[in-house]
Design a protein. Structure first.
Length: 117
């Protein structure tokens, strides 16, 4: 499917502003999927070591993780999105929703220790 056509059911729409952030000459969703898969594999290699649970929920870590997964495909990798999608909260509420989720988890290390008992 061409990047300029409307997405079908289950596909995430790509706004014009986002398309301008593409770092590669990609014309189809299949090409985009392939480029993102390649980037994710490369990005995940940075995270093959165990990390403390507290680190996994820090905003800095989440943005860095996202950046590593998509930085070869998207200029906006590592930033909260700025367009609405067919899932999640409206984009202006992402940072607040993330912080609420983080705060709701409380001391995640205590939860993990309890779960391991």
């Amino acid at each position: 499917m061409d990047l300029n056509t409307s997405p079908t059911a289950g596909q995430t729409p790509i706004a014009e502003e986002e398309r301008q952030g593409l770092l590669l000459a990609i014309q189809t969703l299949a090409e985009l999927d392939q480029a993102e898969r390649r980037n994710i594999v490369l990005g995940l290699s940075n995270y093959l070591v165990p990390l403390p649970a507290e680190r996994l929920i820090q905003e800095e870590f989440i943005k860095s993780f996202h950046h590593n997964l998509f930085d070869r495909v998207w200029a906006w990798a590592g930033h909260f999105r700025r367009t609405d999608k067919n899932m999640g909260v409206p984009w202006p509420e992402i940072a607040l929703a993330y912080r609420q989720l983080r705060d709701d988890t409380g001391d995640i290390s205590a939860l993990l220790a309890f779960a391991r008992q």
